[in-house]
Write a protein that binds this ligand. Structure first.
Ligand code: GLC
Length: 717
C-alpha cells in the first residue's frame, strides 16, 4: 500500500491498536506465548486484522538465519546455512564477499518467512575477552562499518531487512542488562559510533537495535541523545529502532527517546518487577504523560518499513532456499578469511604427505559461537572429515584413538554437554583434557607421519565473557604439554608441526609459537570448516586473510585493563578510560609490541607494491598504487592505507586505517592498479564538541599490514 494509504490507516487506528504495534507479542513459544509462525524466530509484531495489517517476523543472526531446524509433527526440516563468524568475514577484508554472504542469508530469511534479520552485530573488539567478539567484525570502526554496509546491501537486495546491533558501546557480556558504559564523546564518535554511522549512511538498514547497557548513565533504549539527536538528526536515519530483548526499564521513556518498538514484549514474563509495556504506554497517553503524537511518530516509523516486508506484501515463501548454492558461498567466504600467522615453508603440504591430527577439535570442530549468534545447519564438516574427504593420507589409527576418546569422555558425567540458561540456547560444553597421549604413542606417530597438526579450540557466546586464565585466553596445561611433546618428538624425527587455531577471538601465542613451524588461524568457519582447512593446507587455496583484530603478546598488554568494569565482583560501571586508544591505535601509539598486528596475514606467495601517487583535490585525497604478484603462486592481497596525521594541538593515534582494497586473484607477474579515495572529512577529529581537521602534512602509509608498510607518501591540508 502506498505511503499515504498507511498514513490514513494510522489515522484510523485506535489507541490500543497503535500501542499493539510498538510492543512485540512476547518471546514466541516460551512462557505460554504462541509459537512464531516461523518457529525459532526471536520476535514478532502484533497483526491488526481489522486494518489488514499483518504481523512481521524477526530472527537472528550474524552467522546465518537462526530458526528451529525441526517442527512438531512436520517431517520437513528447516536448516539454514552456517556461514563463518563475522570476525572471519571481516578477515577477508573483501566487501564483495560480505555482500555475497548477505545475499545468500537474505534469500534464506525470505524463503523461510522471516522479514528482518537481526544482524549485523557490529560492536567494537575493545577487549579480546568479550564473549560475543566472534559476532563482531573488528577493533577498527572503518573496517567494521564497511563490512556491515556490504552485508546489509546484500541482505536487503533480497527484499528483507537488516538490523544493525547493538547500538551502542555494548562491548561486554558481564552484567550487560544494566552495566553503565561511561565513555567520552570523542571515543564514541571516532570509535564506537563510527561503524554504525558508516553502515547507516552507506546501506540504509531497515532497523537498528538499541543496546542493553546504559550509555553515560542512560539506557541506550531510553537515550534521546543517541537515538534521536545522533542517529536521526545527524545521520538522517529514517527507519525504525527496536530494543534489544527485554532491554531497559521504562517503556514510556523508550517511546520518547526515539526507540520505536519494544522487543520481544511482555518483559514481566522474565522480570516480575516489570509491568505489561502496552498498559504502561496506554495509561501514559491517557494520563497525558506521553503525547499521542510521539506514539503516532513511532508507529509511522515502523509501518513505513514493514510495508516493504514480504509479510506485508503477502509473499508466498517456499521454505526451500537454495542451501547447496549457499554452502558454496559459505566455503568461499571462509576460504578468504583464513589467516596464515606463521609459516617456515611447511605449508602448503603435498597431498602425499602423511598427516597426524592431534586435538579433540578435529572431531568437535567449532563452527561458530553460542547464544543468539548460533546456527542450525544441515551438517558441519569437521577438520577430520574435511581432510579425509579431500583424500589426504591421515593416520587413521590416531584418528580412531581421538574418536574413541571423545566418545567415551562425553559419556562421563563431568564432561556431558549440558543446556544453559535458556535450553539449547546456551549449551555448556566442558573442555576435554588434551594431554592423554603417552610419549610412546607420540613417538610412534612421529615415526609414521610427516606433519603433525595440533588443533586448539575455543568457543564463547552470548551472556558471558571469556577469562584471562589457562584454558581460555592462555593454553591450558594439558594443551601446552601436548604442544611441547609433539614439538620435541616430531622435530627429533625431522618432522614438521602446525598449530591450528579454531577460535572466535585471540588467545596467547608468544609463549609457545616458537615450538611450531606454522600457525593457521581458521577462526570458526561455519559448516564448511573442514573442507576449507583441507584446501588451505594443501594449497588449493592460497590464504589471503588479514587480522581484523590485534593478537596481543599478553592479556595484560591490552589497554582496556578495567574490563569488564567496577566493582570487580559485580561491575555496575565500565569506564572506557583508554578513550580512542583501542587496538592498534593503542599499541602503535604507545610502542607496545603485539604478537601479531592488526592487518597482518601471510600468504604462500609475495607481492610487490609500487608507483604510489597521492593527489589532494580539496575535499578528496586520491591515492593510487600498483600491486604486482611476485612468487610462483596465484594469490590475493589486502592493501591497507593508513594515515598519520600531523602533530597538532590534540593528541591522536600514531596512524589510522582510512582505506583498504582486496585485489582479485593475481597470477605470477600480474599487476593490479589500485585507486583509493579518502574524503578529507574522514580525517577530522572530534575535539569534544565539534569536528576539526588539523592543518599540516599528512603521511600516507600503504601496507600489507599496519606494521608492514611498503609505500609512503604525503599530502598537506
Ligand atoms: C539477544 C541478543 C540480540 C538478539 C536478541 C534476540 O539477547 O542480545 O543480539 O538479536 O536477543 O535473540
Amino acid at each position: 500500500m502506498p505511503l499515504e494509504d498507511f498514513n490514513e490507516i494510522v489515522s484510523k487506528m485506535t489507541l490500543e491498536e497503535k500501542v499493539s504495534i510498538v510492543v512485540g507479542v512476547g518471546l514466541p513459544g516460551l512462557f505460554g506465548n504462541a509459537p512464531s509462525r516461523v518457529p525459532g524466530a526471536a520476535g514478532e509484531t502484533h497483526p491488526i486484522e481489522r486494518l489488514r495489517v499483518p504481523s512481521a517476523v524477526f530472527a537472528d543472526g550474524p552467522a546465518g538465519l537462526r530458526i528451529s531446524p525441526r517442527r512438531e509433527g512436520d517431517e520437513l526440516t528447516y536448516h539454514a546455512t552456517a556461514f563463518p563468524i563475522e570476525t572471519m568475514l571481516a578477515s577477508t577484508w573483501n566487501r564483495e564477499i560480505l555482500e555475497e554472504v548477505g545475499r545468500a542469508v537474505g534469500e534464506e530469511v525470505r524463503e523461510y518467512g522471516v522479514d528482518i534479520l537481526l544482524a549485523p552485530a557490529m560492536n567494537i573488539h575493545r577487549n579480546p575477552l568479550c564473549g560475543r567478539n566472534f559476532e563482531y567484525y573488528s577493533e577498527d570502526p572503518l573496517l567494521t562499518g564497511e563490512m556491515a554496509a556490504a552485508f546489509v546491501r546484500g541482505v536487503q537486495s533480497q527484499g528483507v531487512g537488516s538490523c544493525l546491533k547493538h547500538f551502542a558501546a555494548n562491548e561486554q557480556e558481564t552484567n550487560r542488562f544494566f552495566i553503565d558504559t561511561v565513555v567520552s564523546e570523542r571515543a564514541l564518535r571516532e570509535i564506537y559510533l563510527r561503524g554504525f554511522e558508516i553502515a547507516v549512511r552507506k546501506s540504509k538498514p531497515w532497523a537498528v537495535m538499541s543496546a542493553y547497557n546504559k550509555l553515560n548513565g542512560k539506557y541506550c533504549s531510553q537515550n534521546k541523545w543517541l537515538l534521536t539527536k545522533v542517529l536521526r538528526e545527524e545521520w538522517v536515519f529514517e527507519d525504525f529502532v527496536m530494543t534489544d530483548w527485554f532491554a531497559g526499564d521504562n517503556p514510556v521513556e523508550q517511546m520518547e527517546a526515539g526507540n520505536d518498538m519494544i522487543m520481544p514484549g511482555k518483559a514481566y514474563q522474565i522480570n516480575p518487577k516489570r509491568k505489561d509495556e502496552r498498559e504502561e504506554i496506554l495509561n501514559a497517553v491517557k494520563e497525558g504523560r506521553l503525547s499521542e503524537k510521539i506514539l503516532d511518530r513511532n508507529v509511522r516509523n515502523i509501518l513505513k518499513v514493514l510495508i516493504n516486508s514480504p509479510s506485508f506484501k503477502g509473499y508466498k515463501y517456499s521454505n526451500k532456499p537454495n542451501l547447496d548454492a549457499h554452502a558454496r558461498v559459505a566455503y568461499k567466504a571462509g576460504a578468504e578469511g583464513v589467516i596464515l600467522l606463521k609459516n617456515d615453508g611447511t605449508l602448503p603440504i603435498s597431498v602425499d604427505k602423511r598427516v597426524a591430527l592431534f586435538g579433540t577439535g578435529q572431531i568437535e570442530t567449532i563452527k561458530g559461537g553460542t547464544g543468539s549468534g548460533d546456527t542450525h545447519p544441515r551438517y558441519v564438516v569437521s577438520l577430520l572429515e574435511g581432510v579425509r574427504e579431500r583424500g589426504l593420507k591421515i593416520d587413521e589409527e590416531l584418528a580412531k584413538i581421538y574418536i574413541k576418546y571423545v566418545g567415551e569422555m562425553r559419556n562421563r558425567e563431568e564432561y556431558k554437554v549440558r543446556w544453559g540458561v535458556l535450553g539449547e540456547f546456551m549449551p555448556i560444553v566442558p573442555r576435554l583434557p588434551e594431554g592423554f597421549l603417552s610419549e610412546k604413542d607420540i613417538e610412534r606417530f612421529a615415526e609414521n607421519n610427516d606433519v603433525a597438526f595440533i588443533i586448539i579450540s575455543r568457543i564463547s557466546g552470548e551472556g558471558y565473557d571469556r577469562r584471562p586464565e589457562k584454558g581460555d585466553f592462555y593454553l591450558s596445561d594439558d594443551e601446552r604439554s601436548l604442544v611441547d611433546r609433539i614439538s620435541r618428538i616430531f622435530h627429533k624425527y625431522g618432522r614438521k608441526v602446525v598449530a591450528v587455531l579454531n577460535i572466535g577471538s585471540p588467545v596467547e601465542v608468544v609463549s609457545w609459537r616458537g615450538l611450531v613451524d606454522a600457525i593457521l588461524l581458521i577462526w570458526q568457519a561455519g559448516q564448511e570448516t573442514g573442507r576449507i582447512f583441507a584446501d588451505i593446507i594443501t594449497g588449493r587455496i592460497n590464504p589471503s586473510g588479514k587480522l581484523p583484530t590485534t593478537f596481543p603478546r599478553d592479556y595484560w598488554d591490552v589497554p582496556s585493563w578495567n574490563f569488564p568494569g567496577e566493582p570487580r565482583d559485580n561491575p555496575q560501571v565500565v569506564s572506557y578510560d583508554e578513550g580512542i586508544y583501542v587496538g592498534y591505535r593503542y599499541y602503535d601509539t604507545f610502542g607496545v609490541e603485539p604478537a601479531y598486528e592488526f592487518g597482518f596475514g601471510l600468504s604462500y606467495t609475495t607481492f610487490k607494491y609500487g608507483n604510489l601517487k597521492v593527489e589532494n583535490t580539496g575535499n578528496m585525497v586520491k591515492i593510487s598504487f600498483e600491486i604486482t604478484k611476485t612468487g610462483s603462486f596465484p594469490g590475493k592481497e589486502v592493501a591497507q592505507v593508513y594515515i598519520r596525521a600531523p602533530r597538532g594541538v590534540i593528541d591522536k593515534p600514531f596512524q589510522e586505517l582510512k582505506g583498504f582494497h582486496k585485489t582479485s586473484l593475481l597470477n605470477p607477474g600480474e599487476t593490479e592498479k589500485v585507486e583509493i579515495e579518502i574524503s578529507v572529512d574522514s580525517l577530522a577529529i572530534y575535539n569534544g564538541d565539534r569536528w576539526i581537521i588539523e592543518k599540516g602534512r599528512y603521511e600516507v602509509r600503504v601496507g600489507s599490514s599496519s606494521r608492514d608498510i611498503r609505500l609512503i607518501g604525503s599530502f598537506t591540508i
